[in-house]
Design a protein around this ligand. Structure first.
Ligand code: ADP
Length: 245
């Protein structure tokens, strides 16, 4: 991968909690437009890695470069403004608001204040496009509180998209979903990856087999290996530590 196409470049990343190294020298390069899956057993450091990229956790050593800028030491809101969006395992959807209002609110975070005066003048193009992408157009006027678990996850992804990030970090987006919702989510990720770079933390191997192209395996705070799903699955070390065989 030529240097100039890398959107995210992490070098020698280390995070220590007391004497314990949750991340211990992680190098990771993610190119523009990639859909990268991040796997690894519990405690491997996946969440810590996402937390460092998004400014929630400060690294002890190493660099995180996003579009050539070092993110280490920047605050969360600054990193959001630079174009990095993430989902959390806890929901950020406002249940009393409609699907549309949730998207509108999320979109307003990057609009000038005066644009709030235009409320009620219909649905903005970007919100309409996001509704279409996440497949919730027919539920636009429904309260978010009535959505299924899967639909709520899609709404959260929509709320990220309208903020126009260039890098999206999704933490276990199919956890707790029924199989039809998983399938729809896989299609959604594929679609989003057409105009965004996406990093997905995901455990589900069947899901990976269907939708992942490039996989990074974390283990004990280090990158164990990178490769296609087939390469990763065939690796004896990965099978031992991750698949428990
Ligand atoms: P994963 O997401 O892969 O399950 P985490 O990044 O959550 O792994 O955790 C990596 C390791 O770091 C775990 O052993 C966890 O207990 C430890 N850890 C994470 N956050 C903290 C913290 N704030 N203080 C101390 N230890 C932590």
């Amino acid at each position: 991968l030529p240097e100039e196409t890398a959107l995210l470049e992490i070098r020698g990343l280390q995070v220590a909690f007391g004497g314990f190294r949750a991340l211990d020298g992680v190098d990771l390069t993610v190119g523009r437009g990639e859909l990268r899956f991040l796997i690894g057993p519990n405690g491997a450091g996946k969440t810590t890695l996402i937390d460092v990229i998004t400014g929630l956790t400060k690294p002890t050593a190493g660099t995180v470069r996003f579009e050539g800028r070092d993110l280490a030491g920047r605050r969360e809101h600054e990193i959001v403004r630079l174009g990095v969006g993430r989902t959390f395992q806890t929901s950020v959807v406002f249940e009393e608001l409609t699907v549309l209002e949730n998207l509108d609110l999320a979109a307003s975070f990057r609009r000038p204040l005066w644009s709030l005066l235009r409320r009620g003048r219909g649905v903005s193009e970007e919100v309409a496009a996001a509704l279409e992408t996440i497949g919730l157009t027919s539920l636009a006027r429904s309260r978010a509180g009535v959505l299924s678990h899967g639909q709520r996850q899609w709404l959260e992804i929509g709320m990220l998209i309208v903020q126009r990030p260039r890098l999206l970090l999704l933490d276990e987006p199919v956890a707790g979903m029924a199989s039809d919702e998983r399938e729809r989510t896989g299609e959604l990720l594929t679609e989003i990856a057409r105009d965004h770079t996406v990093i997905v933390v995901e455990h589900d191997m069947d899901f990976l087999r269907r939708y992942a192209s490039q996989v990074t395996v974390l283990h004990e705070g280090k990158v164990l290996m990178e490769g296609s799903v087939d390469e990763v699955r065939a690796d004896p070390h990965v099978q031992e530590i991750y698949l428990g065989r």
